[in-house]
Design a protein around this ligand. Structure first.
Ligand code: C2E
Ligand code: MG
Ligand code: MG
Ligand code: MG
Length: 284
């Protein structure tokens, strides 16, 4: 069936992960249909205060509920979406969906926390990004401070003046700007000097094995200290175990996110967490 979809579009079975990967399987038309048929969903993963367990934010993460394949992770379709330009309407859908949820939660009196949204470089570098965001906030009557924008270093490598301006405009609206997957790209210190960023999210590859690999711990410690010295927030991503959390606490990393507290969850489950306010370690 996979080969009906054209040359070089084969379904790949990844035996190491015991899952099927559809990375180069989907086509533009599949994504277009998924949007029309409302097959995408937004999941939320809480971001937690490492010392209190208090929920201080959440990341919106897209999922594709495929009618035949089940839940497809973004790693299997975001790259196709980027190559085909479908990332623009898909990203727009994510932003609108998050706005709709925030409005709904506010109406129900649920305590709100800022929601972070991943923005592809392609979208971020389009001229109308911040004006579009402003219009969206106006349309939904939401304050920009309810949003955090996660960009990767790819978004910082071109058009310095435009990027500076865009960041300033977004901050004026109240949104915070984070660098995602920090430490995996070029991680030039110049970016931290050039752009007024609010925080970094330390990539999960540094947190993984932090308890066994002293290099990972040293690098993480250095990133946390650097962020503190620059008055930036720092979030450790991919915290899976109590040991990792303990180390991060000792390193004074205030904000953490990871399976130890919660996997990304559907809206209803996230609302239950928000009502609680505190995130208990998940039984993973
Ligand atoms: P990301 O922005 O770095 O998101 C964090 C990823 O790490 C998420 O994967 C999350 O489920 C996963 N994760 C969180 N905690 C843990 C942990 O403790 N252990 C492990 N092993 N993984 C953890 P997910 O949801 O599969 O998303 C993958 C990537 O897809 C995201 O990486 C982001 O780059 C992209 N993505 C997701 N949603 C969107 C979206 O709406 N727009 C755009 N442009 N990209 C998105
Ligand atoms: Mg992210
Ligand atoms: Mg990340
Ligand atoms: Mg990422």
């Amino acid at each position: 069936r996979a080969k009906d979809r054209g040359r070089n579009n084969y379904q790949v079975y990844d035996s190491t992960m015991h899952t099927t990967s559809y990375q180069s399987f989907f086509l533009e038309q599949d994504l277009r249909k998924a949007l029309i048929h409302k097959e995408f969903m937004v999941y939320f993963q809480p971001r937690v205060d490492s010392s209190t367990g208090e929920i201080i934010g959440a990341e919106a993460l897209i999922r594709w509920n495929h009618p035949e394949l089940g839940l497809v992770p973004p790693s299997d379709f975001i790259s196709v979406a980027e190559e085909t330009g479908m990332i623009i309407p898909i990203g727009q859908w994510v932003k609108k969906t998050v706005c709709e949820q925030l409005v709904k939660w506010r109406k129900s009196g649920i305590p709100l926390v800022p929601i972070s949204i991943n923005i592809s470089a392609q979208r971020f570098l389009q001229r109308d990004f911040s004006s579009h965001f402003r219009k969206l906030l106006e349309e939904y009557g939401l304050d920009g401070s309810l949003f955090e924008i996660e960009i990767t270093e790819n978004s910082l490598m071109r058009n310095e003046e435009y990027v500076k301006e865009t960041i300033a405009e977004l901050k004026e609206l109240g949104a915070k700007i984070y660098i995602d997957d920090f430490g995996t790209g070029y991680s030039s210190f110049a970016y931290l000097k050039t752009f007024k960023l609010d925080g970094i999210k330390i990539d999960q590859s540094f947190i993984r094995n932090i308890s066994h690999e002293s290099d990972n711990e040293s690098i993480t410690a250095a990133m946390i200290q650097m962020a503190q010295l620059l008055h930036m927030d720092v979030v450790a991503e991919g915290v899976e175990t109590e040991v990792e959390l303990t180390i991060l606490r000792e390193l004074q990393c205030q904000h953490v996110q990871g399976f130890y507290f919660s996997k990304p969850v559907p809206t209803e489950e996230f609302v239950r967490m928000l009502k609680n306010g505190i995130c208990q370690p998940a039984n993973t």
